[in-house]
Design a protein around this ligand. Structure first.
Ligand code: SF4
Length: 307
């Protein structure tokens, strides 16, 4: 849950999650829709699905107790595997996240960019050479705290740092220029028209089949910003007869590399002459039972604001 999400946001989600799925077996055998519903608002739903897949592997085969074994679990990367292996099983392996990459690039004046494999591999080798053989979990946790509180991205507190005497960047006066990173790519802006189709207070939901939010329920999205006349024409061609089609505002939803730029079009539907293959008509009052991602939240607000 804490991947990409701040601790304060996570706490209530974590508590509800633990109440519903108190053991690995409960999660492995539990209902996926319920899990996604509990995750609603946290985003990055792949984490939830991977967590469930990992629970299923553990339920069937038992808990792996080595870095290599943990690495095989769905959703567990090098960092998490190393953190668990060192903290729970005393395996001397460094847990390398953004904090540790920053600390090490400064400690050893690593000039390679830290978001590419060359720089990462160099730091991986240095950190695993330095890792404590007796208390690897404690060292990993100490480094997490050091990165969080002392060796921060901006204005690190070098004068309070316990590693200052060993820090090459401090000695050479290069702290501010490290770590080096590849310049960020611009986010891609995608224009969509979101359809709110209202058939006697039921709304059409579709399970997204590809791309972002794949496998999640959402409202139909059409590419580009369409005028209401174009939406009406689109619907008529699909045998959806409408009484009115109106624009209901626009919003942006920002993902890590993409921005959805969305116009909401609300259509009061009179009759359907063809069954929507991929969709589900859900009564307004029942919508909250579905795990609808926050990217669609403004559309839900429009629905709640209807008479
Ligand atoms: Fe980071 Fe400064 Fe400590 Fe070096 S001395 S590890 S730059 S806080």
């Amino acid at each position: 849950m804490l991947q990409q999400t701040q601790a304060n946001t996570v706490i209530p989600y974590y508590e509800r999650f633990m109440e519903t799925f108190p053991t690995v077996d409960d999660l492995a055998l539990g209902d996926e829709e319920m899990l996604l519903k509990l995750w609603q608002g946290l985003g990055y739903y792949r984490r939830a699905r991977n967590l469930k897949k990992a629970a299923l592997v553990i339920h069937e085969k038992g808990m792996p107790q080595t870095f290599e074994g943990l690495r095989e679990l769905p959703g567990i990367g090098d960092y998490t595997a190393a953190a668990i292996a060192s903290i729970a099983f005393d395996e001397p392996v460094a847990a390398i996240d953004g904090n540790l990459l920053r600390i090490y690039s400064r400690l050893y004046c690593v000039d390679d960019v830290i978001d590419r494999s060359k720089g990462k591999n160099k730091i991986f080798a240095l950190a695993n050479k330095d890792i404590s053989r007796e208390r690897p979990g404690d060292l990993n946790q100490a480094m997490m705290d050091l990165g969080n509180k002392v060796c921060t991205p901006e204005n690190p507190l070098c004068l309070l740092c316990p590693l200052r005497d060993d820090c090459a960047a401090f000695k050479e006066g290069r702290v501010a220029e490290l770590p080096k990173k590849t310049p960020k790519k611009k986010q891609t802006l995608l224009d969509y028209t979101l359809l709110l189709l209202d058939l006697d207070d039921s709304f059409l939901l579709e399970k997204r089949e590809t791309g972002l939010l794949h496998g999640m329920w959402g409202f139909p999205l059409l590419e580009n910003h369409l005028k209401t006349e174009d939406v009406q024409k689109y619907l008529t061609e699909r045998n959806v007869m409408t009484r009115s089609v109106e624009n209901r505002g626009s919003y942006r939803h920002i993902f890590s590399h993409r921005i959805w730029n969305i116009t909401i079009v609300y259509a009061k539907v009179d009759a359907l002459f063809a069954k929507e293959e991929s969709g589900l008509w859900v009564d307004k009052k029942e919508l909250e039972r579905y795990a609808i991602p926050s990217a669609f939240q403004p559309a839900l607000e429009v629905i709640h604001g209807l008479d």
